[in-house]
Design a binder for this molecule. Structure first.
Ligand code: ADP
Ligand code: MG
Length: 343
């Protein structure tokens, strides 16, 4: 659906994107993850035809964005970082305006009605955009991107500046839209991308430095399938037991981190999954296993490892929403919906 090869972009002397290559298939939901200034918006602006490229080729559904811009752009709905909303229009007026601008062929009212319903802005469709909350404005921006029913949606930082409840609502909307669209969204927040995307393209200083599923990134980039086990028993005995397990390459005692037990770092041969055998053997020899955890890295650690920049840690802490907060907010939203239905 999207085919990018050898893409570079230069602003004056500054090389903002260098030799980017990726393909995105129909139906994929892909996240561009990277700190501010990485080049995410630049790539998005090029994909949507808003910015020219310095070198390389971009094809949307087979159409070259430089030589066939009309046909390529028709397939894309774009939510820029700062959506160009006309504040003195009502929501419906704005969507009609976009409809005319895009020269859409579907029956006007029915098409806009459907979008309004889909992004759930029915209750504000007659309001002036300037009087809407930021969450609603973002929905209106997404509604605008959906006008003309493009296959591809490109959403630049769709949740930036929203409160946690609004963020979750927009995430749910993106997940819903992902069932019928190919989506690229950008974010500088790790949890955001993990929550909605099945594939992550990590961008740093204008370079694509990783491209994979969140799970695979953890597995392949960490290259560390070792385990840490906390076990009760005499050190020599436990070492003997662990060393007798199939596919165990080496064992190191990390010392007494919890009184009465010791921690052991167990390294397997190649990529062997030794968790079941370790647990079984310890039970057979009557050693009490208090905990067993894998040493796999989180996406955050991987990001820091591959960028080699530890000053980036701050980016990931800022706007993270914990699972508990998500649950709480979802309940709140459900309650509101139920109240709405009763009326
Ligand atoms: P991101 O969206 O990941 O935050 P951008 O694509 O906006 O990153 O920016 C990438 C780099 O290009 C940054 O160093 C930024 O300062 C630079 N840049 C972006 N737009 C322009 C522009 N219009 N003129 C000059 N430099 C720009
Ligand atoms: Mg940006």
């Amino acid at each position: 659906m999207i085919n990018v090869s050898g893409l570079s972009k230069r602003y004056g002397t500054h090389l903002a994107v260098e030799n980017a290559n990726f393909r995105i298939s129909k139906g994929e939901v892909v996240g561009f993850l990277g700190p501010n200034g990485a080049g995410k918006s630049t790539i998005m602006n090029i994909l949507t035809g808003y910015l020219s490229l310095t070198q390389g080729e971009v094809k949307i559904d087979g159409f070259n964005i430089m030589t066939d811009p009309e046909l390529a752009k028709k397939r894309i709905g774009y939510l820029p970082e700062i959506p160009p909303l006309y504040l003195d229009m009502t929501v419906r007026e704005y969507l009609y305006f976009i409809y005319n601008l895009k020269k859409v062929k579907f029956p006007k009212k029915a098409h806009i009605d459907e979008i309004i319903r889909l992004v759930r802005i029915t209750e504000v469709e007659g309001r002036l955009i300037k009087n809407l909350s930021k969450g609603y404005r973002q929905r209106v921006g997404i509604a605008g991107a959906l006008v003309g029913n493009p296959d591809v949606l490109i959403l630049d930082e769709p949740t930036v500046g929203l409160d946690p409840k609004q963020i979750i609502e927009i995430r749910d909307l993106i997940t819903k839209l992902g069932k019928n669209h190919t989506i690229i969204l950008s974010s500088h927040i790790l949890s955001e991308v993990q929550a909605v995307c099945k594939r992550v393209i990590i961008i740093n200083r204008g370079h694509i430095i990783a491209d994979d599923t969140p799970e695979n990134l953890s597995k392949t980039l960490s290259k560390d399938h070792s385990l840490v086990a906390r076990i009760i028993g005499k050190e020599d005995d436990v070492m003997g037991v662990l060393n007798s397990v199939k596919d165990v390459k080496s064992v190191e005692c990390l010392g007494e981190l919890e009184s009465g037990s010791r921690d052991y770092h167990i390294i397997p041969e190649d990529d062997a999954d030794i968790r079941a055998d370790v647990t079984k053997r310890l039970a057979e020899r009557q050693k009490v296993l208090l905990s067993l955890r894998s040493n796999e890295l989180t996406l955050e650690q991987i990001f820091l490892r591959i960028t080699g920049e530890d000053d980036m840690q701050g980016f990931f802490k800022k706007e993270e929403i914990t699972e508990e907060v998500i649950e709480e907010i979802k309940e709140e939203i459900n309650e509101e919906n139920m109240e709405g239905e009763e009326e």
